[in-house]
Design a protein around this ligand. Sequence first.
Ligand code: ZN
Ligand code: ZN
Length: 268
Amino acid sequence: MLRFICFGSGSSGNCYYLNADGYGLLIDLGIGLRSLKKYIRNYGLSFGEINAIFVTHDHTDHVKSVGAFSGEFNIPVYALQSVHEGMQRNYFMSKKIIPDNKRILNPDTTILLEKFKITPFNVPHDSSANCGYFIEVDGITFCLVTDMGHVTDDIRLYIEKSRYVVVEANYDAMMLKNGPYPAFLKRRIMGREGHMDNLDTAELLSTSLSAETRHVWLCHLSEENNHPELARKTVETALFDAGKWIPGGFLKIDVLKRKVPSLLYELD
Ligand SMILES: [Zn+2]
Ligand SMILES: [Zn+2]
């Protein structure tokens, strides 16, 4: 049994939690330390059930509290080499990771931690580097990919293998175009190293999901340039047209909230 919780998703802070038999991982820690501690207690978890932190990339909404939490509980931090270097330079990361707790990951190279088999893979984005994670626990497959400028064959491959998928649906193209952001920021978000629009995510899922996929969570929605129901409907429509989703069917689709923790999901 694999347990999954999202503690926050979006530009105000990202943090995801996985637990198998009392051994737990965080993926990204961009929310405040006090909020995380409160959530851990609210879910009846213990701090001993957070045993490692995996980082996707060095943007502040993903790393703000990584150093502080790693330092306080003496927890190793796994990231690509250039993401570690980027965190070292990130002025907004309140505390740095001590050298003893740094662990270097290589793309497409699987590491083993207790029951977790974890494979990072490259994701195009305008940070120092970025990776998604493909995770396997007792044959349960899970994939998380966020802050994605465009889709690569690699990303399709890992999504195709996953029974559970967390994937970015950042913006609606019309809302972004007509919205309040300055032109340079709109270009950045829409660019090849920016973020995913709902239609891109819908296309990715409708062409890559296997018939085994049971649950998709849309993550990292923009507050200004997207709406949860719009993202959900766009993805549902594409999946319906592709014959991969029907209301009330085997495959569930949810939107992760920006600042409110999700349910605790039990994945099998
Ligand atoms: Zn982000
Ligand atoms: Zn980012």
